[in-house]
Ligand binder design. Structure first.
Ligand code: URA
Length: 436
């Protein structure tokens, strides 16, 4: 088999066999197939697409390109959750202890943020002392004893995806449905969960700009995971404005703690209940989504989810008093309001622009491996549907780098669209795709 022939076949829009796909992925992972041939192939996939069968074969080939984690030493049905990336998306910080408190084991491998979207590991590391590099035996022991552990995904998991994603990022081939689906699902399958719940974001801050595309991606990922013999469900959720109000690592941890205390922002609470219900059903802890929701509301109300969060933080070396005293989280030396340049009702908040502003303030990375400032970020004061007067704050910026304030402030102000007539907030949960 020659790489050239596989590229040509895809460029002509023909369906590749499993052997051709595996040959291409394995050759690329080993370094036998050079970047320029893989880049040409990705562009051919971008324009010609892939069938569901091809996408499944690509996923399996990438999942098997490195370590496949064996979680069989952990008791119970392990349910993972994956978000396709959003701004202010701290759902994992709430969901992991909430679902664990309901008796579903959470054995999670998470990633770091890049660009305008944040990563769970960076958020957790803003808690003083918190460690995400647990050895495998401690990871397993923690899940078996307290029901929860979150660690960094190692470089040995799905190395084909790591290499391919870096190439896609510089060849304008990230936003291809089969390439996104296979990238996400290969990592999740290699991390060993029995069931996966996907949160597919749609809107200005997401890869998927239309609801139709987001729904197609959600369906495709559920189909791939089910085809690989695991269970799956998905939610398509709105990302036309930041989720909740906080954007930035410690600020998001603080908002997640408020939510675990039962006083979180309504959109964040709703998304956590929707995703958490699916996790409980797939994990066998509730017969249906309605009963699962009741259970989760009860756990939030009783303080059980917050107590589980404190246990989780302590088990990973962090200062568990953060659950009662979020003020111990790092604080920025400078805060600044972003005054509204006009008056009216908020009709849109460009989430990507808000995410970029948080990155400029120090909360995110422009390039891989750059350190992040745990205290940096922003808190939005106005969301879609809110009324705003001239000069009233749209958001408050937090930074240790005062030189970044002007640029971030301009970006946040221009992220807002105001109109003279009120518009209602977008529907948060667009679709739920269940496997029952
Ligand atoms: N997230 C991923 O892990 N991969 C993609 O291709 C896009 C989003």
């Amino acid at each position: 088999m020659r790489p050239y022939d596989v590229i040509l076949k895809k460029r002509r829009g023909e369906e590749l066999s499993r052997d051709e796909i595996t040959f291409f992925v394995d050759g690329f992972t080993r370094g036998d197939i050079p970047d320029y041939q893989m880049a040409a192939w990705c562009m051919a996939v971008f324009f010609q697409g892939m069938s569901a069968r091809e996408t499944r074969d690509l996923t399996i080939a990438m999942a098997r390109s490195g370590d496949v984690v064996d979680l069989s030493a952990i008791r119970g049905i392990k349910v993972d959750k994956h978000s396709t990336g959003g701004v202010g998306d701290k759902t994992t910080l709430v969901l992991a202890p909430l679902v664990a408190a309901a008796g579903v084991p959470v054995a999670k491998m998470s990633g770091r943020g890049l660009g305008h979207t944040g990563g769970t590991l960076d958020k957790l590391e803003s808690i003083p002392g918190f460690r995400v590099d647990l050895p495998k035996d401690v990871f397993v022991r923690n899940v078996n004893s307290i029901g929860i552990a979150v660690v960094g995904q190692t470089a040995a998991v799905a190395p084909a995806d790591k290499k391919l994603y870096a190439l896609r990022d510089v060849t304008a081939t990230v936003d291809s449905m089969p390439l996104i689906a296979s990238s996400v699902c290969s990592k999740k399958l290699a991390c060993g969960a029995d069931a996966i719940v996907f949160d597919v974001k749609v809107g200005s801050g997401a890869f998927m700009k239309s609801e139709e595309d987001a729904l197609a991606l959600a369906r495709l990922m559920v189909e791939i995971v089910e085809g690989a013999g695991r269970r799956a469900a998905a939610v398509v959720s709105d990302m036309n404005q930041p989720l909740g109000r906080a954007v930035g690592n410690a600020l998001e941890v603080s908002e997640a703690i408020d939510t675990l205390r039962g006083s979180g922002p309504p959109d964040l609470v709703e998304l956590c209940l929707s995703l958490g219900s699916l996790m409980l059903v797939l994990g066998g802890a509730a017969p249906d989504a309605d009963q699962a929701r009741e259970t989760l509301i009860g756990l939030l109300g009783k303080g059980a989810a917050l107590a589980k969060f404190a246990e989780f933080v302590a088990a990973q070396g962090g200062d568990a008093s953060v659950a009662e005293r979020p003020e111990i989280l790092p604080h920025a030396s400078h805060t600044a309001p972003v005054p509204s340049p006009g008056a009216g009702y908020v009709t849109a908040v460009n989430a990507e622009q808000v995410g970029v502003a948080a990155m400029i303030l120090g909360a995110g990375r422009r390039v891989k491996d750059e350190p992040v400032d745990p205290a940096a970020g922003l808190v939005v004061a106005k969301k879609i549907g809110d009324r705003v007067a001239v000069g009233e704050p749209l958001a408050t910026l937090h930074t240790n780098n005062p030189a970044s304030i002007d640029e971030a402030s301009r970006l946040v102000a221009s992220a807002y669209t105001l109109s003279q007539s009120a518009s209602s907030p977008p529907r948060l949960i667009k679709q739920v795709i269940g496997a029952w």
